[in-house]
Design a protein around this ligand. Structure first.
Ligand SMILES: Nc1ncnc2c1ncn2[C@@H]1O[C@H](COP(=O)(O)OP(=O)(O)OP(=O)(O)O)[C@@H](O)[C@H]1O
Length: 589
């Protein structure tokens, strides 16, 4: 019930469209029922007049029939246009609403959703809410209003016919949909769930095709998809069976209503309290009245599925963002000075990921963070970017606690090339200009040159207009990384954050890349997370992290001289003592 109330609340801004659709739906229904009843009366009256030779004014009924026929056609058309407008506007509004809810959840809270599942919630689940508004809400209201009026109309002629029809309308429009809902609730919810799982399995299978083929697991993935498909079809077949039974049930009630109307009316005609044409009119009216409840059983059959979709949407929308934005955010500070003191963070599983982190990211200062895998380096970056909230200690920006600023303001000061940069399925130019859409071609090329990717781009047939492919599939790992660095440079922010900038780049190229980056970063704050030794000697400070703590800090030379652990790390990495390294990790510039 809570979900239904919430769905109604979401529809409130579109109430005028929904009321218009309801009005038109009622008008069409009345025209249709009226047409059948009046036609029945007219044919019977004409026949009797013909037999008895009594004159009859057929102009008015004929005009009435025409008016109702035209009214029915126009009403149906207008009702479809308006109700679909209402529903499409509502769904568009819901998409914007859910997007607004999802945006602050990225990236921290969305990690737990598979991309296929997320897509299902945003697209398919929202689409299926169409069932609620178009196929459930409007028909239920139409059925309620019209059934009441129909019974009152019948009551005028015969209370017994009115009661019998009312009872059958209640059975077809109340008990039958309820039974269908109860029987269809579980398979309906399963259809929503299984459809989402199926979409996720198909998306995963397609994206991970290379791994599946390499490990000979494609067959298993296929079996999983086939099994999900089988389960989906089985539940859909159950729901289709219910649809057939419910349509038959409404037909039965409508036939019974016609029969009962005749059974009750014939004695009334004999007694002279009803005329023959009135009896025909009542019988046809009773039968046609069931058009009002005809859409209800199929709508209630989909209710389980629709509510399951609504619950999936609400559970996503109700997620609280990892970072709460301030009510009155502080303005963009002039000095991009970040200071971390005693910062602690855990991912919520109890174990501390970062403990007592002290760090200064200041203009003109170059800091490197090195350490074992899983030491917490990328997590530190996520805290600086306001993607996650620190649990203890303080992070200040220009002397003010970073919580006083909204995330967007903080990120405006930072340009980041993350560990797993994402490229959109767009041209290389578009991917670069995401950082600064108004940048000129010269600025874009200058950034690409600095990142050492320009020559490779212009060597491509389409140059900067080359499509990157989905997720950058058409580029190598090293090219993606350098493109991400170019993008960060193009943003022209006072703080530059680079996570593993030289991974996938050969040692010589890595050295010249860092040289260019360092000269670009003159006067800016630079924080580099790296597993490579290249460029460390040029850093103002190197932090060695282990198990979420900074275990050593100082210049590269100081650390080499002082810290056995630091020395060991590079010797282990290169297999050689300092200065004798051969691969990218070894040998200082
Ligand atoms: N989203 C997450 N949820 C839970 N735990 C996480 C999450 N991301 C990272 N972790 C855990 O936090 C710890 C630190 O991870 P982080 O990615 O910051 O390490 P890192 O030093 O950057 O590692 P690497 O050098 O391999 O990139 C790891 O133990 C990791 O398993």
């Amino acid at each position: 019930m809570r979900d239904i109330l919430r769905l109604l609340k979401l529809a409130w801004p579109y109430r005028s469209w929904l009321v218009a659709a309801l009005g038109l739906s009622l008008m069409t229904l009345f025209a249709n029922v009226g047409l059948l009843a009046l036609s029945g009366w007219f044919i019977a009256a004409m026949a009797l007049a013909g037999i008895s030779g009594t004159p009859i004014n057929y102009h008015y009924p004929a005009a009435g029939i025409r008016t109702l026929a035209i009214g029915r056609t126009l009403g149906r058309y207008a009702e479809r246009v308006v109700s679909h407008q209402a529903s499409l506007r509502l769904l568009a509004g819901l998409r914007v609403w859910i997007y607004r809810r999802i945006e602050p959840l990225a990236p921290a809270r969305l990690e737990s959703y598979a991309s296929g599942d997320l897509l299902s919630r945003i697209r398919a689940d929202i689409d299926s809410l169409d069932n609620f508004y178009l196929r459930l809400l409007a028909p239920v209201l139409t059925a309620l209003c019209s059934s009441l009026l129909f019974v009152l109309f019948l009551w005028y002629f015969s209370s017994a016919v009115a009661l019998a029809t009312g009872a059958l309308l209640l059975a077809a429009g109340g008990f039958l949909p309820l039974a269908v809902h109860l029987l269809g609730r579980k398979p309906g919810a399963r259809v929503t769930q299984t459809s989402a799982e199926l979409r996720t399995a198909v998306v995963d299978g397609l994206r991970g095709m290379e791994e599946l083929l390499a490990y000979g697991a494609a067959g298993r993935q296929k079996e999983r998809v086939v099994e999900l498909n089988r389960r989906l079809l089985a539940d859909q077949a159950r729901l289709a069976g219910l649809a057939g039974v419910s349509a038959g049930g409404v037909g039965l009630c409508s036939g019974l209503a016609l029969w009962l109307a005749l059974v009750v009316s014939i004695p009334l005609v004999r007694a002279g309290s009803l005329t023959g044409p009135q009896m025909v009119m009542l019988a046809l009216f009773c039968q046609a009245a069931f058009e009002a409840v005809l859409p209800l059983p199929p709508a209630f059959r989909l209710l389980g599925q629709t509510l399951a979709a609504a619950r999936r949407i609400f559970s996503l929308a109700d997620e609280s963002p990892a970072v709460t934005e301030p009510q009155e955010p502080a303005p963009l500070p002039e000095q991009p000075l970040l200071t971390l003191r005693g910062v602690g963070f855990s991912y919520g599983d109890g174990a501390a990921t970062l403990v007592g982190i002290d760090l200064d990211v200041a203009p003109g200062r170059k800091v490197a963070v090195v350490g074992t895998s899983g030491a917490g380096k990328s997590t530190l970056l996520a805290l600086l970017l306001r993607f996650r909230e620190y649990d203890s200690g303080s992070i200040t920006l220009a002397g003010r606690e970073i919580r006083a600023y909204d995330g967007e303001t903080v990120r405006r000061l930072m340009a980041v090339a993350s560990q797993q940069p994402f490229l959109f399925n767009a041209t290389l130019r578009e991917n670069l200009l995401i950082a600064r859409p108004e940048a000129s071609d010269e600025e874009m090329i200058a950034a690409a040159r600095m990142a050492g990717i320009h020559d490779e781009i212009v060597a491509l047939v389409q140059g900067y207009d080359t499509p990157a492919g989905e997720g950058g599939v058409k580029l190598s790992g090293g090219q993606i990384r350098r493109l991400a660095i170019a993008r960060a440079i193009l943003k022209d922010s006072p703080i530059l954050l680079l996570d593993e900038p030289t991974e996938g780049v050969d040692a010589a190229a890595a050295r010249s890349l860092l040289e260019r980056v360092f000269s670009y970063a003159e006067g800016r704050a630079l924080l580099v997370i790296t597993h490579s030794r290249i460029g460390l000697e040029a850093m103002d400070e190197v932090l060695l992290m282990d198990g979420g703590r900074i275990v050593e800090r100082g210049s590269h030379a100081e650390l080499l001289a002082r810290s056995r652990r630091y020395r060991d790390m590079w010797e282990l990495d290169t297999g050689m003592p300092d200065g004798a390294g051969g691969h990218e990790g070894g040998g200082l510039c």
